[in-house]
Each structure stands twice: as structure tokens, then as C-alpha cells.
Ligand binder design. Sequence first.
Ligand code: ADP
Length: 405
Amino acid sequence: MDTILVVNAGSSSVKFQVFGVDVNGALQRLIKGQIDGIGTKPRLVAEASDKSSLVNKPYAPDMIPDVPAAIAAVAGWLRETQTFNLVAVGHRVVHGGPEYDRPVAIDHAVVANLDRYVSLAPLHQPNNLAPIRTLLTARPELLQVACFDTAFHRGHSTIADHFAIPENLYAEGVRRYGFHGLSYEYVAERLREIAPARATGRVIVAHLGSGASMCALANGRSVESTMGFTALDGIPMGTRPGQLDPGVVLYLLTEKGMSPAALQDLLYRDSGLKGLSGISNDMRDLESNSDPKAAFAVDYFVYRVGLNAGMLAAALGGLDAFVFTAGIGENSATIRARIAEKLTWFGVAFDAAANAAGEPLISRPESRVALYVVPTDEELMIARHTLALLPKRSARGMAGERLAS
Ligand code: ADP
């Protein structure tokens, strides 16, 4: 069977999925796996579509010290244990800069362009590019597609795209990009299926995972995001602060003598829910902890999501639907209920029973603003984009799969 490999290379993990392309051109998820603990406690795990385990293998830290080594281990395992015809690889790439507003087939020129955006996303972009380079050398004939977290937001108005700083900085790329675009694109498509009338209106999607942001959609298109130049802005996250007065950064640099590296650690690894609670970056730990500091971190998170909902509704000129997605949004009925309470003034009539039962629609029929829970699937979105760029030869009868772009 023709297959597409989807690669999502992060700072300490490489996630991958294998999708089959059936004779009708429809995608089927075959394998889902990851190597995490790169450089510390590497472990390869993978499961089949029926959730049965395919591998669960630890490695010595020096065997998988970095992302390229992890990619080599995944590729080796796939080669040794699986027999399918790999026709393309789709990559999640965090930054497409001002240039890329859609997925792109990768060649050396594209890699050179994407290299320029390393300084815009120093923690993510090099790891995203590492497997691309490895495969470009090892399998130069193989189609590789870069799918960007920023691309879905590139249609923002110039006003939404700007910071109020001198224009030469905008010209060199210091802009409000927005991230989690693959998730929002997927959710926008699902909403069109679940609630077609609402999907054409004014919608806020809250992607609440360990990274978290919110997006304003008008007729399915992104018009505003809580994230900006980097994935630090907006609502608080597991370990990132969200919106922060830049004066705080100046204070830490000048008055506290913090080095840029220490500041980077503080902002990317030690802030957010972890920094506020001093207990954990994981919402599950905080919800089950009776320490008042855990409760405070949760209160803060809920408060800021509510605050940002007001901001995004202003960008949309009103609100027709609000959607929860990602780890917290999909799984925590308590946090959803608490955020819904903050949305009461919009005309939300919350359906507590539907929420507790894990229903997709969690507002009552009379609710002016409908509330939904829509599980996201960024990897499927990447596979769809990759399929769309496959030459027609391999993608027989592609009409069977709804294509995203
Ligand atoms: P990412 O993809 O950014 O790593 P996820 O979307 O997987 O993040 O979300 C991970 C977060 O979701 C976890 O850190 C945890 O806080 C939260 N989460 C997952 N399940 C639950 C749950 N049942 N209740 C509360 N929070 C949850």
C-alpha cells in the first residue's frame, strides 16, 4: 500500500504517524509512534490503528543524543518491521516566515529559505529542519512537504499582523504570526461538518494543550490569534507565561543581570502553570492537588482564557460559536465548565450534563453562542496536505479524500 509518513520533530521528542492511501485516495491511519526523552531517556513506542503496541524499546542516552539520531532510529525500525511503499513525507515546521502561506514541496532552495527563520523560532525550527535534511540526503527522490504552524494565519489583515514598533522591524519579519495553524485548520474543517451554519460565522477556537493559544475565525478563516512573533504570547501555557509586559524582560536583563539563555529558559521552561504553581506544568496534576497554589494557577489560566475570548470577539465583531480543543480542551470537563462560566455574558447557556458526558455540543439549544468540543488532529491535516501535493500518478482517485488546500 502507498503510505505517507508524518513527522513532528520537537525539542526532546520526535512524533510520527504512518497513513495508508487506499485505492480511492482516502487516508487511513496505520501507525502512531514517538521517540521521547532524546538525550536523556530515549524510548521508541508505536501502536497500530487498533491501539495494539508495535514496539516499546528503551535506548541508552548516547545512542539517541539528538533529533537526527532519533529520526534514524525511527527510519530503521520502520524499514526492519514494516513493509509498505513510502511515497511521501509530511513535516510539521513551526515557522514559514512571512513567505509561506501554504504547505510547500521541499527542495534545497526551500530548506535554505526555512533556515532563515531559525532565528524566529530557535528552539523549534532547527529540530524541524533536521529530519528534512537527513531525508533530502538519504532519499533525494522522495517527496517531502513542509506544513507550517504559521501558514493558516497568513491571511491576517496588516493591522492584526503588526506590532506598534518601527516599520523597518516589520519589514524584516518581526510580525504577529500566530501558531497552532494546522490544528485550527483541522478544527475549522471539522466544524463545517459538525455545525455548517455556525462554521460560516464568528468562531473562537481555544487550543488548550501544553502549548496553548486561541484563534478567531471568520467564515473558517483565521483573522486574529493570541500568539504573535513567537509561541510565547497570549494565554498562559504549561511552562510559558503568555502575554507579558516587555518591560518585565527589560527589568530581568538590566536590573537582574539575567543572561539571554537564562531568560529563554525562564520564559520557555519555567513559567506558565509550572511557574505560577511551583508544582507542575500538567493540568491534571493541578486539578488533583489541594494546594492553594495549584488552585491559583488554574484560576489564572481560566481567567486569561476568558479575557482573551473578549479580545478575539472584538476582532470578530461578535461571537457565534466557541470551540475547545487539544489536551486540556478535549479532556477536562472541569476546565471547560469554568471557562464556559466566563463566557456567560456572551449569551452562553452551558449544558453541564452534555459537558460531563463528553458530548461534542455542550451548550443548550437556546444558547446564543454555541459551545463545541472538537478533538484536533494536526497529523491528519499534514497527511492531507502532503497527499494534495503528491503527483497525480501516486494519488489515484484523490477525490475520495477531502483535501485541505
Ligand atoms: P501538546 O501536544 O502541546 O504536548 P496536548 O494537546 O497533548 O499538548 O495537551 C497536553 C496537556 O493536556 C497536558 O499537559 C495536560 O495538562 C492536559 N490534559 C490531558 N488530559 C487531561 C485531563 N484529563 N484533564 C486535564 N488536563 C489534561
